[in-house]
Design a protein around this ligand. Structure first.
Ligand code: BDR
Ligand code: CA
Length: 335
């Protein structure tokens, strides 16, 4: 499903864009991740998962976004309706009753393919060398895919870039970020899989709010996609201001796409990340161990400790300006 970068930006054309599947619980910021992924990666498909809303609604929302942006050729495969252990828990207080309240988008004609998300991962990974996964929802689908078919997916995947967790504060609870908290057991399988992981957590995504000026720039694109994204950001910003007192919608999920498509937006440190599975107050926390790390003389190469750790590259700093310039340029390429 290779397509040219609608922004025309160098380094992300048909020939160089990395092949990827986006696994998401669409969702306001997931919707923006879809648009950024289709513009900067070789997007082979979108898989849906429960999370911000039911998987039925996150699938409808995904199809709406793809149709809005003229991306109806991207296959959509439906994934898990619920976590492995946790009772169903959605986020209507942030994303509204549809999971993507705000713009009034028509019911989509686009329908998901018949193949379930897990099978779609396996088939795509067998067909495409160097396939990446980007995850912007609970890790239920990816964890299950890694455990199925004799565990062969791990050796076929080039990496997983995920929005989830944090090196510090939580969101669903004081300690846990929503995507990890929503299915900690699945997240644990992913972080133990041996697949190279880039973790983009709240510690950086909260540093990229959509201010009124960003929303004005996006609205001023004058396109139907620009208008819809501005309306998504209006609704999402209002909810996050009410709930957390934040200055604007955090661009959580698009940053997991940037981590793959334009890694210079973020700075990473190698860490061992373990998922807390039993703590009374810390269930679903990403415990980020920064010990045992050292750099070479130039301060560039991070060495692994004697136990083969760490298991993840964790985003620790972000360049919001670089993110916004690329994001708005990509949006400008859509109808
Ligand atoms: C994450 O939770 C969801 O509400 C967002 O879509 C994002 O993936 C942020 O914690
Ligand atoms: Ca999400």
């Amino acid at each position: 499903m290779a397509r040219d970068d609608p922004s025309g930006a160098a380094g992300s054309t048909r020939d160089t864009a990395l092949p990827a599947i986006l696994d998401c619980d669409t969702g306001h910021d997931d919707a923006m991740a879809i648009l950024l992924a289709a513009g900067t990666l070789d997007l082979r498909g979108v898989t849906t998962v429960h999370g911000n809303s039911t998987v039925e609604l996150t699938t409808v929302n995904t199809c709406k976004v793809l149709e809005l942006a003229g991306l109806a050729d991207v296959p959509v495969a439906v994934g898990a309706p619920q976590s492995w252990k946790r009772e169903i828990s959605h986020a209507p207080g942030i994303h509204g009753v549809t999971g993507m309240d705000g713009p009034d988008l028509p019911p989509p004609s686009l329908k998901p393919i018949d193949e379930p998300a897990i099978e779609f991962f396996h088939r795509s990974a067998a067909e495409v060398d160097g396939l990446h996964l980007v995850a912007t929802g609970p890790l239920t689908n990816i964890g299950a895919a890694l455990r199925s078919h004799g565990g062969r997916l791990a050796s076929r995947i080039a990496g997983i870039s995920l929005m989830g967790g944090s090196t510090g504060l939580g969101s669903a609870t004081a300690a846990a970020e929503f995507n990890i908290w929503a299915d900690p057991e699945a997240a644990d399988v992913v972080f133990r899989s041996g697949v190279p992981i880039r973790m983009v957590g709240l510690n950086v995504t909260r540093q990229v709010p959509a201010t009124p000026s960003h929303r004005r720039r996006i609205r001023a694109l004058g396109t139907r996609t620009g208008r819809a994204v501005a309306e998504l950001l209006d609704f999402y910003s209002e909810q996050l201001a009410l709930r957390y007192g934040l200055p604007g919608a955090s661009m959580h999920d698009p940053l997991a796409v940037s981590a793959l498509a334009d890694p210079q937006v973020l700075r990473f440190e190698s860490m061992q990340v373990d998922i807390e599975l039993s703590g009374e107050h810390t269930y679903g926390m990403t415990v980020c161990d920064r010990r045992h790390l050292s750099t070479d003389a130039a301060g560039l190469v991070r060495q692994r400790d004697p136990f083969g750790r760490p298991n993840a590259e964790v985003a620790v700093a972000v360049d919001p300006e670089r993110f916004w310039e690329r994001f708005i340029a990509v949006l400008a390429g859509y109808p």
